[in-house]
Every structure is written in structure tokens, then in C-alpha cells.
Design a protein around this ligand. Structure first.
Ligand SMILES: [Fe+2]
Ligand SMILES: [Fe+2]
Length: 186
């Protein structure tokens, strides 16, 4: 599936692969739901809530790609780009840009914030090296000038915090109406 055609495609992906873990203490589904709940709690707009919910959909696409699946711990498959690309047929850049840049936001924080790298989860520290590590000065300036800079950093903070084992949070279905309101007709 090269493009997401409907909200049902997203629901199907989470139904099939949402229980999978990815080196963190929570499942893909719980991580997505915790990030979305944090976005709501912080008073984020609907686009950022959707981005938080769907930011790691690229990992689910990796799992769906049975013919070519390699553990992300061995090779970076750019899940942020694959996810954003897959969703771009259904959502505007206000949703997909923070998704595309959530790894850059992590690399940016590692570059500019003392101690941030040390506070990352173990899995996130391992993937950091595969994702390119710290940003170069040029990469940093390009990211800081991008329109999604602020939203990407917000998403990154939800991403870091949304890894709590055993938390009770609203289900995926509670975001259905929000996703439908953002879907671009085609
Ligand atoms: Fe991610
Ligand atoms: Fe994530």
C-alpha cells in the first residue's frame, strides 16, 4: 500500500500491528495513544493531535512490508518519511510535516540541549546514531527556519513522554471524528 486511502486504512494498520513493541516498554498503539493524549492535555490544535497519534505509522508500515522487513535496530528505514508520505494523500502538511520532522526534532534537541541525549530512552539512543546523530550547522538552520519547527518540537516532547507502561488512556476510536475532520476530500 503506497498511499493511505482512508481512515479505515489507518485503523486497519493499528489493528494488525498496534500490539507490536519496538524496543520501548509500550506497544505501538499505546505509544500513539499516549502521545495523542499528551497533545490534547497540552491544548494542541487538532492537526498536532493527529500528528502525535500517527507520527510512528511508518513503523507499522515497516511491519506490514513483510517482504522487506529488517529490524530498525539494524538499519534506519526513515519511518518518519515513509509515514508522512503514506499519510500525505489524506492529510495536509500541518499534519504530515511534524511527522516527517519528528526525528530531526530529536536530533536538534540532542544538538542544542545539554543532557538531552542522556535522558533519551535506551531504544531512542540506539536509533539516534542510525538516524544521523547531531545536526550539522546547516541542517540545524534549515530545520529552525521550517514552518513546522515549533510543532515538530512539541511532537518530540510528546514522543519522549509517551512511553509509560500500563497507563489507561482514551482508545484509538475516540480520535476517529478528529481524523475525519482533517481528512482532505479526494
Ligand atoms: Fe518515531
Ligand atoms: Fe514515537
Amino acid at each position: 500500500m503506497t498511499r493511505c486511502a482512508s481512515i479505515d486504512d489507518i485503523v486497519d494498520l493499528f489493528d494488525r500491528f498496534g500490539d507490536e513493541f519496538y524496543g520501548e516498554k509500550v506497544s505501538q498503539r499505546d505509544h500513539a495513544l499516549q502521545c495523542a493524549a499528551l497533545a490534547v492535555h497540552e491544548g494542541s490544535g487538532p492537526e498536532l493531535v493527529a500528528a502525535a497519534l500517527l507520527h510512528d505509522v511508518g513503523h507499522l508500515l515497516e511491519l506490514a512490508d513483510e517482504t522487506n522487513y529488517v529490524e530498525s535496530i539494524e538499519r534506519d528505514r526513515h519511518h518518519q518519511i515513509e509515514g508522512a508520505r503514506w499519510l500525505s494523500s489524506l492529510f495536509s502538511p500541518a499534519v504530515t510535516d511534524p511527522i516527517e520532522h519528528h526525528v530531526t526534532a530529536k536530533r536538534w534537541r540532542c544538538t542544542v540541549e545539554d543532557g538531552y541525549t542522556d535522558r533519551l530512552s535506551e531504544a531512542s539512543q540506539i536509533s539516534l546514531a542510525l538516524q544521523g546523530g547531531r545536526l550539522s550547522l546547516r541542517e540545524r538552520h534549515v530545520f529552525e527556519a521550517s514552518t513546522s519547527f515549533g510543532a515538530s518540537l512539541s511532537l518530540r516532547s510528546f514522543d519522549d513522554a509517551g512511553k509509560v507502561s500500563g497507563l489507561s488512556i482514551p482508545p484509538f476510536s475516540s480520535y476517529r471524528t478528529l481524523l475525519e475532520s482533517l481528512a482532505v476530500p479526494h
